[in-house]
Write a protein that binds this ligand. Structure first.
Ligand SMILES: *Cc1c(COP(=O)(O)O)cnc(C)c1O
Length: 400
């Protein structure tokens, strides 16, 4: 049940309105613990993937938590070994880091267009390159560190593993700092990872001394780190595991994201009456229906209509009817005696002893945990804590 006194202090001051309607609590200490577990399991330094606003949790709070160097920071390395680098997907993400004074290494794993390379250079970003022309342009711009991207079966980006040989001469002239590949099914227990790994090795063998002996080799995302340990090579690139979501109960990763909303209306709905658009929910007998102030505009996805669950007073209640843009209805009949307007419902994450893990919520909606996390919209303000806060029942809240 709820611990009324257990409000933790947010570490970045939230908007005054933050917890009046719908919001996201982010447990930064859980990110730090997850980074430690992934680092220990991988056995090599991390490229912490912080693309897409730290998978929706907030780019700068994540980077500060993981112990990057910032200009003017005394406390550069907080409790965790700082990642070797931060991984981004766009130069705008890198620019946010640089503008905040972050001096850490930044690796952009997505191919850049040739017109972006000079910006990458001025932002001191390590690009992923794989075309001879691009490598030559990069070199002409001053030739900072870059990583060679090898496609071993994802068929998304990089040079095909069996077409690397024509790159040998340009690599000898402009050697890469690192060489990497990306697995397409590391979360599955099929043999594809071994196949990709063999291709990755074949490609490096085919390049011979064109790949410098001290090149940093990396391949593992969160699921690959979880599936084995230690990771081969010199670095590993976890993303979603940092944010507490990967099918890896074995690693004991902690839930980071807690999506909350207040109950803003309550009513009885009688036998055979319907709830929400399309009348997809019909009451059998009298049901107590609570309206929470969150909808798909906040990132609580419509796919969770009639399928999602929420925690109210630490107990699970089902979503009733279609999730609408700004409101979602819950069947709180089991809590009729205690449920009140102003109570907090948890749509993702922990309340009391129970937790709706990101994977579970995603699976209920037939969604990927990635799209659920990065789809949380900025209409729901993020609040940052060093632990997971709990919310007292409304009776205990002193009005401001
Ligand atoms: C996003 C990404 C990762 C991180 O993957 P997760 O499954 O989130 O751990 C690693 N490498 C590359 C190239 C990526 O694009």
């Amino acid at each position: 049940m709820l611990q009324p006194h257990a409000f933790s202090e947010p570490i970045y001051s939230p908007r005054a309105s933050a917890t009046r309607r719908a919001w996201v609590d982010i447990n930064l200490d859980a990110i730090r613990q997850n980074a430690r577990r992934l680092r220990a399991r991988a056995g090599v330094p991390l490229v912490a993937m912080v693309k897409s606003d730290g998978y929706g949790t907030g780019l700068l709070p994540v980077v500060r938590t993981l112990g990057a160097a910032f200009v003017g920071d005394d406390d550069t390395v907080r409790n965790v070994e700082a990642p070797w680098a931060f991984g981004v997907a766009t130069l705008d993400e890198a620019a946010v880091l640089r503008q905040a004074g972050c001096t850490a290494r930044v690796l952009c794993t997505t191919p850049l267009t040739v017109s972006e390379l000079s910006d990458a250079r001025s932002l001191d970003v390590r690009p992923a390159l794989h075309r001879a022309e691009d490598i030559a342009v990069w070199s002409a711009l001053g030739g900072g560190a870059w990583h060679l991207s090898i496609d071993t079966g994802m068929s998304r980006a990089g040079v095909r593993w069996d077409e690397v040989v024509p790159l040998a001469s340009v690599l000898r002239d402009h050697p890469p700092e690192g060489v990497f590949t990306h697995f397409h099914s590391a979360d599955l227990t099929d043999a594809t990872r071994e196949t990709q790994e063999r291709r990755f090795l074949d490609a490096r063998r085919a390049l011979g001394h064109a790949v410098p002996p001290n090149a940093l080799i990396h391949s593992d995302n969160s699921a690959a780190i979880a599936a084995r340990g230690p990771s081969p090579g010199h670095l590993a690139r976890p993303g979603i595991g940092l944010y507490g979501s990967t099918a890896t109960t074995a690693l004991g990763l902690e839930q980071v994201v807690h999506l909350r909303a207040r109950i803003v209306d309550l009513r009885d709905v009688h036998d055979k009456e319907s709830v929400s658009y399309g009348a997809t929910f019909r009451a059998s007998g009298t049901r107590r229906i609570a309206t929470v102030a969150i909808g798909y505009a906040d990132g609580y996805r419509r796919a969770l209509s009639n399928r999602g669950e929420a925690l109210v007073h630490g107990q699970r209640v089902p979503v009733a009817g279609t999730v609408t843009m700004d409101m979602t209805m819950l069947d709180v009949t089991a809590l009729s005696n205690i449920c009140a307007i102003g109570d907090v419902a948890t749509l993702i994450g922990r309340d009391g002893d129970d937790c709706l893990f990101t994977e579970e919520v995603a699976a209920r909606g037939g969604l990927s945990p990635y799209e659920l996390l990065v789809g949380l919209s900025l209409r729901a303000p993020r609040q940052y804590f060093e632990s997971t806060p709990t919310y007292p029942p409304v009776d205990d809240v002193v009005p401001p």
